[in-house]
Design a protein around this ligand. Structure first.
Ligand code: C2G
Length: 446
């Protein structure tokens, strides 16, 4: 009996897949089809898959060609499967020509003709509206943002707004988009807005964009006070618009996994969270400029507070800060947030360097995320009995902004106004703690 194996995602199953499965089956007597798991696909950069793994397995079964369906969940699994299932032929579409020659050591490799003119990507694009994204601001983060939109279906950056004509033009030229210096003209030509302008302009730009009925993704710090955050979310809610804080780590797969693992009790009750983030900068730079709302708190508190709040919630008891100022900006701030049953602390630096890791301590063990924890791609769950330790590896693709962009568009498409990865009330709580610092509540200078 000749045993054949083939693999794929089989999203929005189409004639190309069916032809491929038929041809694969014709190569032998028994066909095994490996369908990729959702997390495996995310890990290999396929962020736009529409059907979940169960739907995709059902679709493959319904073709009638598969004698057996298995799940592909890790890199290198093909070699294991071929040996485990005693496979004679590995078959795959010709778009992979040459890529699987390494399997020749284990079985015969056959590249089957691919069906032209149809693909899951094409089907997704046809059924997906394209959102014209306008970027407000043209600084470092905006430059990182544009390439990330290329891997998200339905995202297309078309315009940039910067009151400085030269800066707007030079940014627009790099990315082949339209430059605007006037907000009113800019807003008429976009569907959604990404606010990546200087901190102190966020509130105003978000408000004006919402008033123009545009969905908004706003860079951190989203707001510098609780009342501003509340007001903006209320405004978005009333207008049925998505307003999302671009707290990139909150949307990244490895960080989401940490939260779900911890919440499921893998380290017992959480007793302490320690999160640090330092990026040393040299003058002249806006981070060190008091008039541009520089300082370690404004720069780095949003991400570290996000981690603490995702893990311990928003019902804290008290908050205090220890801060080192230079020319009116904090170059280092340490904050302590106490909860009824846990404590937490964060250390932030722009003029002081410290280890940027995340440690979540529990009654049974702890989670260790090495620096830079905010670009999470690896973490370890550790116990007293080290034989029980478990390491988790992820890929953190590109600049890591693709996850938030994907979430933002998915909220719009699916008419969701709040996202469990970062709830609006959690975002408001972040703004509230930043405000406490600026109000000097429990702040001591060192
Ligand atoms: N296919 C085809 N014709 C098309 C589209 C796809 O023959 N028009 C084939 C592909 O070549 C592949 C199979 O259908 O053999 C599944 O395609 P996808 O769902 O796109 O999955 P893919 O990303 O190719 O996964 O481990 C996963 C595998 O490496 C391949």
């Amino acid at each position: 009996m000749v045993r054949v194996i083939t693999y794929g995602t089989y999203d929005l199953l189409h004639q190309g897949h069916i032809n491929l499965l038929r041809r694969a089956k014709e190569l032998g007597d028994y066909l095994i089809v490996g369908v990729t798991s959702d997390s495996f696909d995310r890990g290999r950069g396929k962020l736009n898959v529409r059907n979940n793994v169960l739907e995709r397995v059902e679709a493959v079964k319904a073709t009638g060609y598969a004698d057996e369906v298995i799940i592909e969940d890790y890199l290198g699994q093909k070699i294991d499967d071929i040996q485990k299932y005693d496979v004679d032929i590995f078959a795959i579409g010709s778009d992979w020509e040459g890529k699987f020659d390494y399997l020749n050591e284990y079985c015969k490799v056959v590249y089957l003709p691919r069906t032209e003119g149809i693909s899951s990507t094409l089907l997704r694009e046809e059924s997906q509206a394209v959102y014209r994204i306008g970027i407000i601001g043209s600084g470092r983060i905006a430059r990182r943002f544009v390439p990330e939109t290329k891997v998200v279906n339905g995202a297309q950056v078309v315009a940039v707004l910067n009151p400085n004509q030269k800066e707007a033009d030079s940014f627009a030229q790099i990315y082949g988009i339209q430059a605007y210096t006037d907000f009113e003209q800019f807003i008429q030509n976009v569907d959604v807005v990404y606010v990546a302008s200087p901190h102190l302009t966020h509130y105003d730009y978000v408000k004006r964009s919402l008033l123009a009925n545009k969905h908004v993704l706003c860079e951190i710090p989203f707001a510098l006070s609780k009342s501003e955050a509340l007001e903006l979310y209320k405004m978005a809610e009333e207008r049925n618009l998505v307003l999302m804080e671009a707290s990139k780590t909150a949307y990244c797969p490895a960080f989401n996994h940490i939260v779900t693992l911890v919440k499921s009790g893998i380290i017992g009750d959480v007793v302490d969270v320690i999160a640090s983030l330092s990026k040393q900068v040299l003058p002249p730079t806006r981070e060190l400029d008091r008039l541009q709302a520089g300082g370690a708190m404004n720069e780095h508190a949003p991400l570290t507070l996000m981690a603490i709040i995702k893990l311990l919630g928003i019902d804290w008891k008290d908050v205090s800060f220890h801060t080192k100022l230079e020319n009116g900006v904090d170059i280092y701030t340490k904050g302590i947030i106490n909860y009824p049953h846990a404590t937490s602390s964060f250390t932030l630096g722009i003029g002081v360097k410290t280890e940027g890791n995340l440690v979540i301590s529990g009654t049974k063990g702890y989670v260790y995320v090495p620096a830079p924890w905010w670009l999470t791609d690896f973490f370890e769950v550790r116990y007293e009995d080290q034989t029980k330790n478990k390491k988790f590896f992820y890929s953190y693709d590109g600049e890591g902004l693709r996850y938030e962009i994907q979430e933002f568009l998915s909220m719009i498409v699916n008419n969701r106004r709040s996202c469990y990865k970062l709830r609006r009330k959690e975002s408001v709580a972040i703004a509230e703690i930043i405000e406490k610092y600026h109000n000097g509540e429990n702040v001591s200078e060192i």
